[in-house]
Structure formats: structure tokens, C-alpha cells
Design a protein around this ligand. Structure first.
Ligand code: ACO
Length: 323
């Protein structure tokens, strides 16, 4: 059988990091409130010349360099984003052009914070279906452009950035000890739309709109949804919590991450946390967190890694892969 194996990874953040102290000057908030409720100390905010396409391209170039590949050797680009540069064409196609790639195909996936989990799962199906041998999977966002900078309940939570993986086809006998994506589980339920959405769009207001969130409502559902989908991914793989080396969750809120890990029985030393420095970067959050844990030597070849995300829609999902 064929399995999708990680060949390289990369990340990119905007130049400017913005501290909680800077928010104290903009809205009625404090560093103490933000840290205590979310675990966030700072986040990166894109300058005018930094967009989802430029950040995504930088992350893609880093992932290609890490894999020792050129764009000529990529068949497909999938970009997870809710903040495209234009309503159309897909920002993935723009990134394809910026990389100097004029063969193959590229498209965007929109599943808000779960976007990267949906994208990696889709890439895996293209690879296992034989339609692509090497896929560049990118999560890139400029959520700062969707924020209502006068709404203290949301503007302090989000940040900008991008992360990317190169996945490649590899022969496998299909055992859980071999490298590659082992199992995944995806969910969505539109009944929760009003709890987390953007109040604009081309077909309704004709404008971009602003992010609106009932934070407490999202929080209430998050832990149960995350743990359900992880349990389902474990069942599909015939594996359990004790088998994993690293848990790389969506970085929305430290309290949600801690509560999910506690409920699943994952010890804190196996949990990768970057929400302190990135904030919630939506579809970029999981690959950005991966890049930190790879760079500091925690995630190594052969490790069993559990990825998870939950976000607007609601959408939620988990992926188990042997690095
Ligand atoms: N600074 C100071 N006070 C604030 C701020 C702020 N930035 N924001 C809200 N408050 C106040 C509220 O007004 C409220 O005041 P009140 O009691 O006088 O009414 C008080 O703090 C408590 O507000 P809550 O909303 O109950 O605070 P909570 O403890 O729930 O924390 C938070 C809010 C951080 C948003 C939390 O609910 C959360 O993280 N929710 C989940 C968000 C999430 O996971 N999103 C993931 C998906 S994101 C995506 O898909 C794009």
C-alpha cells in the first residue's frame, strides 16, 4: 500500500510581534486578563505588505528547502485559509505562481481553524489515490484583517502566520510502526454557525466583515468535540493515548488545550504549546506549532504525533501520523 510521509516542514511569521501591553493602549484589557484566560503573551501581526500569499509562500519555500525538493517536483498545492488575498482566484494558485510552479494544480480549503487538518487529510487521499506523488500542504492566515479592533473579547486572541508540510508517497506494509499518516477523523456541524463566524461575505454584505465569537459557547463545546474526534482517530488506528510521543493541538486557548489533554490522559510534557507566542493563527496554528517542536528537537523521525483542531462551523478533526 501507499502511505503519505512527511518529507519536510517550514514556517513563516510576520516581522512584527505585538505584546499584550500594546493591547492595553487600544482596548479596555490587561496583560493579566489575557494571560490568565488564554495563555497568550504575544502574537504576530502582518504589516500592509505581508499577506496570506506572501506568508504562505515563505513557509512553502522553507518546507521545500527542508525536504530538499524544488517546486518542479510538487504535483499539488493545498492551502488551508479563511483569509485569502482575494475572494478569487484561490490563494493557493497565487502561491503556486510565486513559487514559479506552472504545472500541476492548486486549491484552497476553508475549514477555519480546522483547515490544516482537513488539508492534510485531503492531501493524503490524493496521494493514496495515486493522483499526486508529492503535495505541498500549507496553512496560512492573516486573521488580523478580520478582527474588530474595538472588540476586546476577540481582538486579543488572534494572530497571523503560516506553516507548511511536504507530503510524499511512500511504499508501506501498513503497520502502525511505519512512517506516514496512519488515521484521521473529520467532523463538522453547521448548527453552531452563529457561535463563531464572520459577519460579511461576497454573497451577503459584499464586504469582508468582522470576526464574531461567543467565546464561552465555543469553549463549552471545544473539549468534548476535540476528545471525541481524537478517540475516533485512535480507534481507527488501533492505537491509544499511551502510544503517542507528541500532542500538537490547535493553539486557541491554553485552558482548552490543558483541559483536553487532562481528559484524554496525555501528560503535560507531551503537549506542544505555542499559543503563548503565536496567539490563535487559525489554519496556521498546527503547522506553526509543529515547526517549533521540530526546530527545538522534540519531534523526531519515527515519533507518533497526534494533531487536532476545532474551529468555526463548527469544524473539528484529528490526524495521527508517524513522523
Ligand atoms: N480583557 C478584559 N476583560 C475581558 C476581555 C478582555 N480582552 N474580553 C472579555 N472580557 C470580560 C467580559 O466582558 C466578561 O466581563 P463581564 O463578566 O463583566 O461580562 C468577562 O471578561 C468574562 O468573559 P467570558 O467571555 O466569560 O470569559 P472567558 O473566561 O470565557 O474567556 C475566551 C473568554 C478567552 C474568549 C474564552 O471563552 C475562549 O477561549 N473561548 C474559546 C475560543 C476558541 O477556542 N476559539 C477557537 C476557535 S477559533 C476559530 O475557529 C477561528
Amino acid at each position: 500500500m501507499i502511505r503519505s510521509v512527511v518529507l519536510g516542514s517550514g514556517a513563516a511569521t510576520p516581522r512584527r510581534s505585538m505584546s499584550n501591553a500594546e493591547f492595553e493602549k487600544i482596548v479596555d484589557t490587561t496583560d493579566e486578563w489575557i494571560v490568565q484566560r488564554t495563555g497568550i503573551h504575544s502574537r504576530f501581526i502582518a504589516d500592509a505588505d505581508e499577506t496570506t500569499a506572501t506568508l504562505g509562500t515563505r513557509a512553502a519555500e522553507a518546507a521545500l528547502a527542508d525536504a530538499g525538493l524544488t517546486p518542479d517536483e510538487i504535483d499539488l498545492i493545498i492551502l488551508a485559509t479563511s483569509t485569502p488575498d482575494n475572494t478569487f482566484p484561490a490563494t493557493a494558485v497565487d502561491i503556486q505562481n510565486r513559487l514559479g510552479m506552472h504545472h500541476g494544480f492548486a486549491f484552497d480549503i476553508q475549514a477555519v481553524c480546522t483547515g490544516f487538518i482537513y488539508a492534510i487529510t485531503t492531501a493524503d487521499l490524493y496521494i493514496r489515490g495515486g493522483m499526486a506523488k508529492r503535495v505541498l500542504v500549507i496553512g496560512a492566515e492573516t486573521f488580523s484583517r478580520l478582527l474588530d479592533w474595538e472588540d476586546r473579547t476577540t481582538c486579543v486572541l488572534f494572530g497571523d502566520g503560516a506553516g507548511a508540510l511536504v507530503l510524499g508517497a511512500s511504499d508501506s506494509t501498513g503497520t502502525v510502526g511505519e512512517r506516514g499518516i496512519i488515521s484521521a477523523s473529520l467532523r463538522s456541524d453547521g448548527a453552531h454557525k452563529d457561535k463563531l463566524f464572520v459577519d460579511g461575505g461576497p454573497s451577503t454584505t459584499g464586504s469582508i466583515g468582522h470576526l464574531r465569537m461567543q467565546g464561552r459557547e465555543v469553549f463549552k463545546h471545544a473539549v468534548a468535540m476535540i476528545t471525541d474526534v481524537i478517540t475516533s482517530a485512535f480507534e481507527r488506528a488501533g492505537l491509544g493515548v499511551d502510544d503517542i510521543d507528541w500532542f500538537v493541538p490547535h493553539q486557541a486557548n491554553r485552558r482548552i488545550i490543558d483541559a483536553s489533554a487532562r481528559k484524554l490522559g496525555i501528560p503535560p510534557e507531551k503537549v506542544v504549546i505555542t499559543v503563548d507566542r503565536h496567539g490563535n493563527t487559525s489554519a496556521a496554528s498546527v503547522p506553526l506549532a509543529l515547526s517549533v517542536a521540530i526546530a527545538d528537537g522534540r519531534i523526531k523521525k519515527g515519533d507518533l504525533v497526534l494533531l487536532e483542531a476545532m474551529g468555526g462551523g463548527f469544524t473539528w478533526g484529528a490526524v495521527l501520523l508517524r513522523w
